[in-house]
Write a protein that binds this ligand. Structure first.
Ligand code: SF4
Length: 132
């Protein structure tokens, strides 16, 4: 049984990784030097496209290339967000505090469970496993 015609007409086509996507400006460029990272893996969906290019200025993403319609708003949100460096429990912490706490926890662990890296890059996941 096919979906009702009215519903089928309202359903937008699903994006495909092969859809050509233009370069998208997602934040206003600053006078800071431009840094471009190529072959960036996108972790928004399970396709994990690894051919995106991100342009950074002043530590902020200002442009993304080859992001699909799912990835584009996600990278735009990243560009707008200014999250704290880390949390310890529910408290905001610095990188140094988080690293000190991680070292303390891992040095007393016998079989640490690595969890929550679904949006981390492969090198980041490898580093976490090596750390454990
Ligand atoms: S969301 Fe990311 S991984 Fe998924 S198809 Fe789009 S660009 Fe590729």
């Amino acid at each position: 049984m096919s979906p009702p015609k009215k519903l089928a007409q309202r359903t937008p086509p699903l994006p495909s990784p092969s859809d050509p996507q233009p370069s998208t400006l997602i934040a206003q460029p600053s006078p800071s030097p431009l840094r471009i990272e190529t072959d960036v893996a996108c972790t928004v969906c399970g396709c994990v496209c690894d051919d995106l290019s991100l342009h950074f200025q002043g530590g902020q993403i200002v442009r993304v290339e080859r992001a699909c319609v799912l990835a584009e708003p996600w990278f735009a949100a990243l560009a707008q967000a200014a999250p704290p460096a880390a949390f310890l429990g529910m408290q905001v912490a610095t990188h140094e505090q988080a690293i000190t706490a991680a070292v303390e926890i891992l040095s007393h662990s016998q079989a640490p469970l690595i969890y929550g890296l679904s949006r981390s890059s492969t090198p980041g996941q490898r580093a976490a496993v090596e750390l454990a």
